[in-house]
Write a new protein. Sequence first.
Length: 120
Amino acid sequence: MAAPKKRSDAEKDLKAKGFTKQPGRGKGSHEVWKDSNGNSVTVPNHGKEIAAGTWRSIERQTSAAQQRAAEQEAAKQAKEAQRLAGQGIPPAGSGGRSGSAQQGGKAAKKPDRGKSRGGR
């Protein structure tokens, strides 16, 4: 069986994950902690320790919140890349070239397979 988590260690862990205590939120012996993405978690304030099972639940909630934030950021970047591609702007880090038709900064000329044969 896991040992209870010390309250001071729990606060350090939450702060390390980007959560801040929300003053004036939470009723009675509970506090609300919120991260920059708006995800919140309720933490009991019943004494100097948080029960092991309760702390595991809090950790699951904070990990899920971080995962959602990472997924939202990836979706945001993908949407931006798609928007830029639709405008013909090459993705960052591609050196401004896209495709093999642009070599040396100039488009390759196609050979004349002539329908007009120069005066015949």
